[in-house]
Ligand binder design. Sequence first.
Ligand SMILES: Nc1ncnc2c1ncn2[C@@H]1O[C@H](COP(=O)(O)OP(=O)(O)O)[C@@H](O)[C@H]1O
Ligand SMILES: [Mg+2]
Length: 515
Amino acid sequence: MYSRISIKETLLEKPLGFVLSESTVIGIPIAFFSGEAEIATREEELVLIHDFHHKKAPLLLGVLRYLRRLEPFLRRYQRVSVIDFPDAIDNVEKLPYTNGIVIPLAELLVDENSEEIIDISRNVTYVPFPGSKVYKIRHGEALVNLLRTLLPAEIEPLVLGNHKYTEGLEIPLNPRYIPYHIGVFGATGMGKSRLVKVLVDEIVSKTNYAVIVFDHTGMDYTQFYPDSTLESLKIRLDPLTFSTWLVKKLRLSEYLVDYIDISVLELFRDYVGSELENIFESINKLRDLEEKREQMNRLHNLLKEKITRTAQKLGAKDTTIYKLSILMDILVPPEELARIFVREYSADQVLDMAFNLKKQNEPLVIDLSLEETLEAKRSVIASVIEVAWRRILETREKINLIIAVDEAQNYAWRAGRCEEGLARIAREGRKWGFGLIIASQRLAGSISTDIRANLNTVLFSKLSQTGDLNEIKQFADITGIEQSDLAQLVPREFYVAGLMNPLRKPIAIRVKKVE
Ligand SMILES: Nc1ncnc2c1ncn2[C@@H]1O[C@H](COP(=O)(O)OP(=O)(O)O)[C@@H](O)[C@H]1O
Ligand SMILES: [Mg+2]
């Protein structure tokens, strides 16, 4: 339970202003008292409206938007006399004033006798009378307790940061909606990756979800988790990703692709107990570089022979077979081949690592940066997701796993198996405790609509493409947020909207500092 606070304790002594006519449940026009109040106040500040007419719920919590400076004579669409007399601008008497709109977020219920706040409801149905006074919130701690009462009592909320303006006001987020998927959007440099880091830390330390973070650049997460980072070069690729790599390496024309695909598929099919298995194990085990190199040459020869034999079997011309063999020698160095082909861990083992790290409240970070092709990076993500689905289908139990994909424009749009895997989590993951965190600088042409439509919590900052705000509007309720609101955000500031936000309406937060 939270400690009770009285109305008096919550409000600053001096009101900022008062309510004007024509309030509705979605917008309350207010005027500011002149002087300090109108100079110091900014959009996005949280305010309380005190309406003594309503004894049970005399306080409305709201956010201030659409600040406007006005003057009765210097009207925008009217030709005023000073236009012709520039010197007069300093001499005419001006009567400036400031208006704004308060977007109501919640009603605060009060005990009539003690005047203590006893509850909060985000279902705003009361419209305040004109003349009701508007106050700044004295300090955030009081409200934190109240916001927490919007969440179920037994859960520990996630905290990414404080409200942008109200000191001490942590915005508690509801972890129940983590597997309803989270999107993080904003221009480069606004702090998406840091926000994802804070979010991931909160999840692994406060919930029972394990987290796997895919670090596209290898510069955003690996530095924070040196002991729980795995290079993707240690994770096995599936046969077709490998053969695609090889085809590219050999620069083969399309009608020769089958020879490679079939060779590789056969090798993998007959893997158990084969010479290939023997070579793999030796390479992984050996420490001596010379001995290792010998095994890599063995691998190279084995593959070359397999390919030429397959080509022969399928009726290739002698010249083609000879060419394939030469191309293998010239274009595929054995060390490189081994780096792609011989990898230590299966996707299954990667999952186990993530669940083990969860026991120490750590995420598993997979460093994709050393992977040569985007195709290989995608394949790593796809393999991990596919194995997770297999486990779910085998056990029919919740997996409690969150997959975080940063720079998601590379993986969630025209990205084949990888995109399909992510979309499947987005569509069906929720009931299996299988969630997604997607971070990207763009939406249109970057994140498939199938994935977007299933992101139920959205954190967004200044966007690089003006159209992207509308893209967000199509799947998230961010009513009242316009381009001009985004323009006021600086790095580390994000709006949080959607199911995890207890107020459900977009609120501006400042993300915790990541050292
Ligand atoms: N929460 C934060 N704490 C500390 N520094 C931050 C934070 N968010 C952003 N920054 C600073 O801004 C830079 C860019 O942040 P980053 O998360 O990499 O942005 P993005 O992923 O959106 O491109 C960081 O290198 C860091 O210096
Ligand atoms: Mg980033």
